[in-house]
Design a protein around this ligand. Structure first.
Ligand code: ADP
Length: 349
């Protein structure tokens, strides 16, 4: 079999060099990565990297695979791992010009680096969020053991605050577990059928007591026809609960919260769609925050979210659930004019 067939089949950018490190053949990902490189050019004409030359020399010499990391600054900063492998059993001196001698593959590490950084940031954020209530609990324990030892009134008050901090830690852990569960199931298609009108009624009923104590008014507008989707009921309930919960929490006293289920017009021949929207006339959110709201732990005001029992994970969980359901999440809001959070899914009969 011709070795060129294998080169084409490789998913990474790859080139085959002869014993004089001239390019014999490159695959399409390589041409995308280094568009200016031409067949027949020796390596040192297009990549002036001494580490790569050494790796090539070594691979030719002892036949062992070599890996070097290349740093490219232009057009954007990238880290690329180049792996040099000698193809031939023969030593380089025995090979004629134009015969394949080395395979060099290039793997872009930028995406991998970005993911590693995101994971690191996430762990740092999660530990910080847990450490804050923990530090406060520690402080109160010390006070109860010391200065407040014989002060029953202060003890009562401190224990109340401590219970609140413990609750906050529980909420955070519940949300972290929820996020990791939905992430794990991201590629498993949901199997059940969910009626969005039924979910809307159900969620409103469960949140009515919270709305009453928060001074919010809730209402539901069901769709004209059926609004069924392929989905996991628990997860759709979680999405809607988060939206309504936020509208009550951030809307302020007297806020009007409407849950609206509608069938969406789609062009003829396309699958009909249904939308679940939660609209409030609360304070709204400034435009600059909107694109980042679904990031884990992102909140326009960390203090406001914390004081209201928020974790900053609600909308990140929503985003994952909606993606798993192949739905579209949309957030419309204007500072001072209220917000509308909506999700749209393909309908099923
Ligand atoms: P949390 O509520 O736990 O802080 P979320 O991810 O659910 O986290 O929401 C992120 C942020 O989005 C909230 O802190 C709040 O600032 C903002 N937000 C969400 N919904 C609304 C809303 N209906 N009105 C105003 N702000 C909102």
């Amino acid at each position: 079999m011709d070795w060129r067939v294998l080169l084409v089949a490789l998913p990474d950018a790859a080139v085959v060099l002869d014993a004089q490190s001239r390019i014999l053949e490159a695959n399409v990902p390589f041409i995308d990565l280094y568009p200016d490189v031409r067949a027949g050019q020796p390596v040192n004409q297009w990549l002036r990297n001494p580490d790569l030359f050494d790796a090539i020399e070594n691979a030719i010499g002892d036949g062992l695979p070599q890996v070097v990391v290349l740093l490219h600054r232009l057009p954007i900063e990238r880290r690329i791992a180049a792996r040099v492998v000698r193809l031939s059993e023969w030593s380089a001196g025995d090979l004629r010009r134009g015969e394949p001698c080395l395979l060099v593959t290039f793997r872009d590490l930028t995406e991998q680096d970005k993911l590693a950084q995101m994971r690191e940031d996430f762990i740092a954020n999660a530990s910080h969020e847990l450490r804050t209530p923990l530090a406060s609990l520690r402080g109160f324990i010390e006070t109860l053991q010391g200065p407040a030892r014989d002060d029953p009134v202060a003890q009562d008050r401190f224990l109340g605050v401590m219970a609140g901090q413990a609750e906050r830690m529980t909420r955070l852990i519940d949300d972290l577990l929820s996020l990791s569960r939905v992430e794990m199931r991201a590629h498993v298609m949901p199997r059940g059928t969910v009626d969005l009108n039924e979910v809307a009624e159900y969620v409103l009923e469960t949140l009515e007591p919270m709305a009453e104590s928060g001074g919010a008014h809730l209402s539901v507008e069901a769709s004209d026809g059926p609004a069924r989707i392929r989905g996991e009921r628990d997860e759709i309930v979680q999405v809607l609960t988060n939206f309504v919960n936020n509208a009550i929490t951030y809307g302020g006293r007297g806020v009007q919260v409407s849950v609206i289920v509608t069938r969406v017009e789609t062009p003829k021949g396309r699958v009909p769609r249904v939308r679940l929207a939660v609209k409030d006339n609360g304070p709204g959110i400034s435009k600059e925050h909107l694109p980042r709201l679904t990031e884990r732990f992102y909140r326009p005001s960390v203090a406001a979210s914390r004081s209201k029992g928020g974790t900053g994970l609600g909308l990140a969980i929503v985003k994952h659930i909606v993606a798993r359901h192949r739905g579209d999440l949309d957030i419309q809001s204007e500072f001072g004019k209220g917000s509308t959070f909506s999700v749209t899914f393909d309908a099923v009969a």
